[in-house]
Write a protein that binds this ligand. Structure first.
Ligand SMILES: [Fe+2]
Ligand SMILES: [Fe+2]
Length: 192
């Protein structure tokens, strides 16, 4: 890839990252978890892409920074993946991202929950698996139980996360001990 193209990609990812950080500062300066979550997703996405050099890195990283951008807006009845899809189509062309890349990102963020829309492309599978892996290696489950009292949700989420890391070969084997340990910990953790 030539230097100029690489520079354009990095600057689009940086602008998207700033957009994300600004959105959260503006909407909820007290929210403690979301930016560290997205950094953890980025770390996993970069790790997974080492085994998939054919993945479009630009699409994956733009998707990382947009996938949860709607998560705090609970006034919308759509889920945050739907919001992220329309936000990708609104925001990315404004910073000069081409239509093809924008549409690829739109699919990744829309499918990241692997719920009503399944991840179809390699990039979408990487995002979904990175998101799920990040829950296992950070404080997501604890935050939801301690702050939001969502124990049933967390028990289901651990199972969905273990299912979704299976989109990337080898990840389940790597994270199986953590999966087992989280289930034990959640069982033992008292309600707040
Ligand atoms: Fe999400
Ligand atoms: Fe996420």
């Amino acid at each position: 890839m030539d230097k100029e193209r690489l520079g354009a990609i990095n600057s689009a990812v940086e602008s998207t990252k700033e957009h994300f950080m600004r959105t959260f500062r503006k909407e909820n300066p007290l929210y403690r978890y979301i930016d560290r979550h997205v950094l953890e997703v980025e770390k996993w996405a970069i790790e997974i892409m080492k085994d998939f050099p054919q993945a479009n890195k630009n699409v994956v990283l733009l998707s990382v920074w947009l996938h949860d951008i709607g998560i705090l807006d609970r006034t919308k009845k759509d889920d945050h993946a739907v919001f992220a899809e329309s936000e990708a189509r609104r925001f990315l062309p404004k910073i000069g991202v081409d239509l093809e890349t924008t549409e690829k990102v739109a699919h990744c963020v829309r499918a990241h929950r692997n719920k009503d829309v399944a991840p179809e492309t390699l990039e979408a599978k990487i995002l979904t698996a990175a998101d799920s892996a990040s829950h296992m290696t950070d404080i997501n489950y604890i935050v939801h139980i301690r702050d939001d009292r969502l124990r049933d949700y967390v028990e289901g989420k651990i199972e969905r996360d273990y299912r979704d890391i299976g989109l990337i070969p080898g990840l389940r084997e790597k994270l199986a001990p953590l999966y087992v340990a989280w289930k034990e910990l959640i069982k033992a953790l008292p309600d707040p």
